[in-house]
Design a protein around this ligand. Structure first.
Ligand code: ARG
Length: 459
């Protein structure tokens, strides 16, 4: 029977089921590196406060390095009594460094330790995910620039609406991913404050100089209230909220591409690298990567719900409930990390069929342009909408397209119609007319791309 670190006042044995129930090492061992980093910083702070001698500080840091080497080489041995990563590292440190190891936890609590570790972890993880997001933005921008000439129908309610550029669709999604990048940057900055020195809840009674400690650990500042320091998990909720919104965006992106890839649409074909076959139907090529982007969104929403529910109604300061945040947080991070790479992979490798996109354009998509034609000749829009409605009805009766009605038919509906109405039936011109900022003209779309490229560069 191993000795518990907190075992001083306990005499009874712990129920083995409780032992497992209480343990989080299986999940939080991924924090090994940041936990050692936090202890390294804290050893300097204790040294400054004269709690540790120079020699003790040195011995502790040498020990921490050794512990890190064991983790890095996969030789760290987790013992039964190591209920979490903080206990495990400290136990091993004390074995390696001897007596000084027993001083590292002076005035520190796992309450401020775990909050500090997770912030350090999230900061590094966040930066890596930002880089992946930048990769996705780059793929979007490159595709949009290269294929800016391809026209396709734009849809509302999944009904053909107006001609747009394929690149315009790409940049629409890219715009939401850009906001995701901005949000993550802001979330990382807000997370980057230091709880260490909050102790269990009341603060640190030794003169450890938290400002210097924060600087040493790369935090922008120490947290200004120790009670808040140990109880605040906003930074986890914010990351999870970021992830949830990102996944909702990726899910919409995936859904569009699934629809575009059906035989009925035929706008795009997926690369083999991101599709799978059917075990029964030899002709099938399924968009599994995209379906999983959609499906894994559910999982991240579930994790977010877990985190919110876990925090709801907790009393102030540390509560063990909060240990449950690890599984949800790490699972969410792993999921968005993979999803960002898959999304970039799918988009960079699919091929588009400009012919199929163009073939899906039909005269009714220009009905708005026909009413705009009348508006340009002075008719109020509501009236023009009505007149064009009548033209659509007439074409239906004559079983032809609105572009095929005679000029005489049109003149019966309004005297404002003239020979130049023929110019309305040009899809490219319809796109080109939408030349204001944010529109689907070639210039307006390329402007969106240029702005995105400048954003990526500045990131
Ligand atoms: N392993 C815990 C967590 O992840 C930290 C331990 C704090 N425990 C405590 N009883 N004060 O939240």
């Amino acid at each position: 029977e191993e000795k518990k670190m907190w075992g001083g006042r306990f005499t009874g044995k712990v129920d083995p089921v409780m032992e497992a129930f209480n343990s989080s090492i299986g999940e939080d061992k991924v924090l090994w590196k940041v936990d050692l980093e936090g202890s390294r910083g804290y050893s300097h702070a204790l040294e400054r406060a004269k709690v540790l001698t120079k020699e003790e500080g040195k011995a502790i840091r040498a020990g921490l390095e050794q512990v890190g080497a064991e983790w890095a080489t996969g030789t760290f041995e987790i013992k039964e009594a190591d209920e979490d990563i903080h206990m495990a590292n400290e136990r091993r440190l004390t074995e390696l460094a001897g007596a000084p190891g027993g001083k590292i936890h002076t005035a520190r609590s796992r309450n401020d330790q775990v909050a500090t570790d997770v912030r350090l972890w999230l900061r590094a993880e966040g930066h890596e995910q930002l880089a992946l997001l930048a990769g996705l933005l780059t793929v979007c921008s490159e595709r949009a620039r290269a294929e800016v000439d391809a026209l396709m129908p734009g849809y509302t309610h999944l009904q053909r609406a107006q001609p747009i550029r394929w690149a315009h669709w790409v940049m629409a999604h890219c715009s939401s991913f850009r906001r995701d990048a901005e949000r993550l940057t802001q979330a990382i900055a807000r997370a980057n404050v230091m709880p260490l020195g909050s102790g269990a809840l009341a603060g640190n009674p030794f003169a450890i100089n938290r400002e210097a400690l924060a600087k040493d650990l790369g935090f922008s500042a120490p947290m200004s209230n120790s009670l808040d320091g140990v109880t605040d998990r906003d930074f986890i909720l914010e990351f999870s909220s970021w992830a949830t919104m990102l996944m909702v965006h990726l899910s919409k992106f995936a859904e569009d591409l699934i629809v575009f890839g059906t035989a009925e649409f035929g706008f795009i074909s997926y690369a083999d690298a991101y599709s799978t076959g059917s075990s029964l139907m030899p002709q099938k090529k399924n968009p599994d990567a995209l379906e999983l982007l959609r499906g894994k969104c559910a999982r991240v929403i579930g994790n977010h719900t877990t985190l919110l529910t876990m925090m709801k109604g907790l009393p102030t300061a540390y509560n063990k409930d909060m240990q449950e945040d690890k599984r949800a947080l790490f699972d969410t991070a792993a999921t968005t990390r993979a999803a960002l790479q898959i999304a970039a992979g799918v988009l960079s490798t699919l091929t588009i069929s400009r012919e199929r996109m163009r073939a899906a354009l039909s005269p009714p998509l220009l009905a708005t342009d026909l009413s705009d034609y009348l508006v340009r000749k002075g008719m109020p829009f509501r009236e023009a909408h009505h007149v064009v409605g009548s033209a659509v009805k007439l074409a239906e009766e004559k079983r032809c397209e609105i572009s095929e009605l005679e000029l005489a038919d049109y003149r019966k509906l309004s005297a404002l119609f003239d020979k130049d109405v023929a110019e309305v039936w040009d899809y490219d011109l319809a796109a080109e007319r939408r030349d204001e900022t944010g529109g689907t003209s070639k210039r307006a779309v390329l402007e969106q791309v240029s702005r995105m490229e400048a954003f990526i560069k500045a990131e």
